[in-house]
Design a protein. Structure first.
Length: 408
């Protein structure tokens, strides 16, 4: 959105210097909704402090609550739900009395400078997990065409992006709604054949979409990070069934084995949810045993949040909030013990890292095994420029962060 605004507005980092404030919101669970509402109330105070100021609320909150928000937040001048995000510049032009700008998404300059960019290859989801608001917020699954995605990737590389992170709610289903049903592996091969020094990362790879063809593509293309984020959510068959996801711990463990046999050095991240309705202590024990056996490098651990409009919110046998949080903490501690031990296994390895910037006087970079924003960093002394690749030797690990010496 900031890129789309660049030709018609000056984007300023401080709200005090702005005439229009855009609050981009998340709304998939109650804590995110509360955070968004707090930010909007702060925005309303900002708006009231000087006449002529305009407040815009974009993203998932207006998609989820629609007209209810319009009624309850009269301080907001315009709502821009997800489906209208590409119209942000038009909405703001209308608010401030300017003619509509002509810029399209592909022409828009990158708003966030940096060596890494997210490339959305699809939006929406058809899976209907019983706890999830996302299909209702973001709509049915829609793939972008391969040509469109490749064009955006080419533009990103021209703008000195060195890591392209493929995202979507469910990227393994990419292409299923397009003519001739192209598959993700073919798209990744096309992206890996572009000119330049760069790498590709895949996030949100659903367990049932990991086919041998995709693993083979990762084996054959060095540019594709040997890293997969595979959200499993649980390991108990009954909990997974109630979640509307299916499968069980045994099937998930054999998937992990299949991935590691193809890619022995792969880094695996997953997400699990604790305290789903009906979850017993035995189910939690089963999940703990699964995580001990699977040894993921990173685990995002969440407590179940009963969301209005989802089937899970009205299931019987709801787990009390305190128990949900306690179970999540227990599993988080377990996952941290395994994950930090796995991070320590990197010591002694020589790896290529992408420099992102600086942290505490050290160069901050990431290996292929470290995704932006959510995983650890690799830190070393020196003065490498952001956006360059450097070969380093890992000499130490603290928690999830690695410490290294530059070799080049
Ligand atoms: S696959 Fe992900 S986005 Fe889709 S319904 Fe399930 S949890 Fe939600």
């Amino acid at each position: 959105m900031a890129g789309l605004l660049a030709s018609s507005c000056r984007v300023v980092p401080d709200a005090d210097d702005a005439d229009v404030l855009v609050i981009n919101t998340c709304a998939f669970i109650t804590p995110a909704v509360e955070e968004a509402i707090d930010a909007i109330l702060d925005g309303a105070a900002w708006r009231a402090a000087r006449s002529g100021r305009r407040l815009v609320v974009a993203g998932c909150l207006p998609s989820r609550y629609g007209d209810d928000l319009v009624r309850e937040l009269p301080e907001v001048d315009a709502f821009v739900p997800v489906a209208d995000e590409e119209r942000i510049a038009h909405v703001i032009a209308a608010l401030v009395g300017q003619p509509p700008p002509a810029q399209t998404l592909l022409d828009a300059p990158r708003a966030a400078p940096g060596a890494t960019a997210y490339l959305k290859i699809s939006d929406g989801c058809d899976r209907r997990c019983s706890y999830c608001t996302i299909p209702a917020i973001r709509g049915p699954y829609r793939s972008r065409t391969a040509d469109d995605i490749v064009a955006e990737a080419t533009t990103l590389l021209e703008r000195e992006v060195r890591e392209i992170v493929l995202v979507g709610q469910d990227i393994t289903r990419w292409g299923s709604d397009l003519p001739d049903s192209p598959r993700l592996a073919g798209l990744v091969r096309r992206l890996a054949a572009l000119d330049g020094d760069y790498r590709i990362r895949m996030m949100y790879v659903q367990p049932d979409g990991i086919h041998d063809e995709l693993l083979q593509t990762m084996v054959e293309h060095e540019r594709v990070c040997r890293y997969l984020e595979v959200p499993v959510q649980h390991a108990s068959r009954s909990v997974l069934r109630a979640m509307g996801r299916g499968g069980d711990g045994e099937a998930l463990l054999s998937l992990v084995d299949r991935i590691r046999s193809a890619l022995p050095d792969v880094v695996l991240r997953t997400t699990v949810m604790l305290g789903f309705p009906g979850e017993t202590r035995a189910d939690v024990a089963e999940l703990a045993a699964f995580l001990e056996a699977a040894r993921f490098d990173y685990v995002g651990v969440f407590a179940f949040s009963p969301e209005d409009g989802t089937r899970a919110a009205s299931l019987p046998d709801q787990v009390p909030a305190r128990t949900r949080r306690a179970r999540a903490q227990r599993i988080r501690d377990l996952a941290d013990r395994i994950g930090t031990a796995k991070a320590a296994e990197w010591v002694g390895r020589t790896v290529r890292v992408l420099v992102e910037g600086e942290e505490d006087g050290l160069v901050a970079s990431r290996t292929c095994g470290q995704a932006p924003e959510i995983d650890g960093l690799t830190l070393f002394s020196g003065s490498s420029r952001p956006g360059t690749f450097v070969t380093v030797r890992i000499v130490d690990a603290h928690g999830y962060d690695l410490f290294a010496e530059a070799m080049t």
